[in-house]
Design a protein around this ligand. Sequence first.
Ligand code: MSP
Length: 512
Amino acid sequence: MSKNYYITTPIYYPSAKPHMGHAYSSIIADFFARLKRIQGFKVYFLTGTDEHGQKIQRAAEQKKMDPLLFCDEISKTFRDLSQTLNLSNNDFIRTTETRHAKSVQNLWNILEKKGEIYLSKYSGWYSVSDEAFYSESEIEDVDGVKKSISSGSNVEWVEEESYFFRLSKWQDKLIDFYTKNPNFILPETRKNEVISFVKSGLKDLSVSRKSFNWGIKVPSNKEHVIYVWLDALTNYLSALNYPNESDNLYKSFWPADLHLIGKDILRFHAIYWPAFLLAADIRPPKRVFGHGWILSGDEKMSKSKGNILDPLEIIDNYGLDPLRYYLIKEVSFGNDGNISQEKLELCINSDLANNYGNLCQRVLAFCEKNANFEVPDKDNFTNDDNFVLDKYCESYNDLIEYSNNQDVNSYINFIVEQLFTANKYFNDQEPWKKKKDKFRMNTIIYVALELIRKVSIMLYPIIPTSSLKVLDVFSINEDKINFETVKENNYLKNGLKLNKLDILFKKIEKND
Ligand code: MSP
């Protein structure tokens, strides 16, 4: 089995500053990247910005700026956000980079040579906001304005010479591909949507534009720029130095293991992308997962709706790890989720401060007072001890399954359960009453320390900064984290001096 893992976020339009929806895509991708790394995979994690097309050109025009300078400015806010979110990405690609243009033009040339692209004329509806073509049945009239039914964005009529990709030819081959790769599209409900869309009939796709020039030129006809989605999707290859197929990155990481995207851009990733690749004789990615939206009120956040939640504000007020924890736990992965201050505060108080923070503080304080702040000698484990410790071993295969199937919620539910169990164990065992039976008291401390170690390893992909502080108590640094050791019950060596732990999470006080 390959121990390499390539995971990507969508590349973001730098048409406006990043918002919570973007932060969500990136945080979830980072969760998987970190989880796979501690499971021993060599991970390549890519994110970046999607800088061409009419949407960006118009946004730059509005600001009376050169489009590249405009992109430089906003792309930087996305790059900065990846640092603020503590993303562990290996690369940040911009589609205005030369390395990317070379890849895109190469792919275009292959498709053209193979007869998959032809010149004709497009007339139909186009949404600049979605950078998408819509058929008559996909639009509606709202108070005299034509809009896309699925996204609600305005569409405009376009009539111009255009190159087309023979998408219709790939209809049956795509269905065959989905059948042979039943987990290519997840979650299941989205897969069904895609399959019925493909079965309803695919038309050839317009893949160039002539009426503006902000894009990568069609190599054989400089009057056309390549359709921004064909350009953008290729970022997943250009970051691996495609077309240099002997390049180590390409050899090691293509096909991608997981394109993590929002449900609104599934059609591009699950239909167009594999069709382009199959047509160019390049292996399609292994999986595309379409997550839900973070809603503001009941609506998707967007600049045009003016209902943007700013991740930086929340991080300033509550800290990064609470936001990461909240988004990963409280949004049912794959579905839409509503973010509220009240629920965020509840998460911080009950899960993070009470369940995790308190467990660590209590056990460590007790150990400091009664066991010299080192891992004590232990006696044989009792049934109670084995019961709590073995949970991780018994569930290990399930936990691996959860990470392979992107079952984020089961993964985190297991953690929450174990935090309750660990707290209950420490309460029920009452080590403070066992001071006369040093062996037993020390064994309880040992078990509690092991539980803290195990749960902190599991928490690392979710709240890396906080869990690393706890793991540092045991001198386990980031490079030493090994997911498999959650199965071990005797990992900690007696006599190991512990390091101090500061308060992990401050409770949010309510002033009624
Ligand atoms: N540039 C394209 C993607 C090209 S990928 C080859 C694009 N950019 S975007 O900036 O509009 O959106 C990027 C990602 O953010 C998408 O996956 C989208 O679903 C996600 N989100 C944007 N708003 C969102 C929410 N309110 N909630 C969750 N994610 C949402 O599309």
